[in-house]
Design a binder for this molecule. Structure first.
Ligand SMILES: Cc1ncc(COP(=O)(O)O)c(C=O)c1O
Length: 408
């Protein structure tokens, strides 16, 4: 880090003055926790007893044979409680909220996994909980909205702008400004004002620490490359953190949507369409027009449909430490289908971006090479989107029948 919260000039903390004290309190709590080995141990204990850590590193033998190149391993973040890596970050922040003595949490969510994880954490730790979600994402991720509400959270559909993640973040900040004495904003990714990018990356580093140890146990050597999808960048930062000082290639995969030439994508680091700007409290690459207005983004996966990106990832690209690619919606659907059929795994559409890119590259690697793909979450939540994409007749029949039952 250059100075507080800056990475190669990306990052920083651009907040309304009214939030200064709240951020100071958060920075202090985070720095004290980081300096206290007992805090990390408490975090590991919670994740081992309440979630499913360490998550396994699964050898994908059938996919490896299918492609005939690199040996493919899958880090199983889908096996966390609530089905995604988001659980790591929220449980960590929950422990900090306890230290700060606050009683209410708010969060933004795209795919809903962060929202479900936050609602779960709030239920367990006894906090009141409000989740902001773009109205479009409420529609795409209905199963997760159902669970958040059943877990006791209030879900607020946000109707501003493109009705996706960036609009939900704006709304959460508005809430925080009015309620900062009682409330902590559990930001869900490695973005936003300092200390969020660094703090979220720290909690997620548990993924990479485990993956490194596990691959050495399985194979006695390090992988050639590791692949993670990039929404805001938290699962990517988590996996990358384990291999930062090793000769291992770090590959982040963004949402190529309908293609990088179509304008309908959410590729910030892997396309030429993004530029550096300041928004939502930090400086990074944003998909914005010449006046700094945020553009509409598109992805088949709600969790990658974001206009900004982690300042730490922007820094890793700037110094040549990480490579960023994009996978299209069509490639992602192919990857999810192949993974289900060959391995019996159902990756989230977000995670399937990482699979799609690894599948493009694995065949041309040597049989001695190893790659690790981060399965950041499980795909159950995507059932409506995937069934639509494949025009599944039995599913349509089931939905029609359900609708008739409700009308009856
Ligand atoms: C399963 C899953 N993977 C990845 C992401 C993208 O977020 P990040 O880039 O912070 O890991 C999300 C976000 O909602 C998600 O639910």
């Amino acid at each position: 880090m250059d100075k507080r919260g800056y990475f190669s000039g990306f990052g920083g903390c651009f907040i309304p003055e009214i939030l200064n004290e709240t951020f100071e309190e958060l920075v202090k709590a985070y720095e004290a926790a980081k300096a206290d080995p007992a805090f990390w141990q408490e975090y590991i204990d919670v994740m081992s007893n309440y979630s499913c850590r360490p998550t396994p590193l699964t050898f994908a033998e059938n996919l490896t044979n299918h492609f005939g190149g690199a040996r493919i391993y899958i880090k199983r973040e889908d096996l966390n409680h609530t089905g995604a890596h988001k659980a790591n970050n929220v449980m960590g922040q929950g422990l900090l909220v306890k230290r700060m003595g606050k009683k209410r949490v708010i969060a933004e969510t795209g795919a809903g996994q962060h929202g479900v994880a936050t609602a779960t954490m709030a239920a367990r730790m006894g906090f009141e909980c409000t989740i902001y979600m773009g109205e479009e994402d409420v529609e795409r991720q209905r199963p997760n909205v159902f669970w958040m509400e059943r877990l006791g959270a209030t879900v607020v559909p946000v109707t501003d702008g493109s009705r996706t993640l960036k609009d939900a973040i704006n709304e959460a900040f508005r809430d925080w400004v009015s309620n900062m004495d009682t409330t902590h904003y559990v930001l869900g990714t490695a973005c936003g004002p300092h200390p969020f990018p660094e703090m979220v990356a720290w909690f997620q580093s548990i993924i990479g620490i485990e993956a490194r140890k596990q691959i050495l146990e399985h194979e006695g050597r390090l992988p050639k490359s590791v692949y993670a999808c990039v929404g805001g960048g938290s699962n990517a930062m988590g996996l990358f953190s384990g291999f930062m000082d090793d000769p291992v290639e770090l590959v982040g995969v963004e949402a190529g949507g309908k293609g990088l030439d179509s304008g309908k994508h959410a590729a910030r680091l892997s396309s030429k369409d993004a530029s550096v700007g300041v928004a939502q409290g930090y400086k990074t690459y944003f998909l914005q027009d010449h006046d700094g207005q945020m553009k509409d983004t598109h992805s088949i996966s709600a969790g990658l449909d974001y206009v900004g990106v982690s300042p730490i990832l922007a820094h890793l690209q700037a110094i040549g430490r990480a490579r960023f690619e994009a996978a299209t919606d069509a490639e992602v659907l192919e990857a999810v289908t192949l993974t289900m059929r060959k391995e019996g795994l159902i990756p989230a559409l977000e995670s399937s971006h990482a699979f799609a890119q690894a599948f493009k590259e694995a065949p041309s690697l040597s049989k001695d090479d190893i790659v690790i793909i981060n399965q950041s979450g499980r795909g159950d939540k995507d059932i409506f989107t995937v069934a639509d994409a494949f025009n599944d007749p039995a599913w349509k029949e089931f939905i029609k029948h359900k609708a008739e039952q409700y009308d009856a």
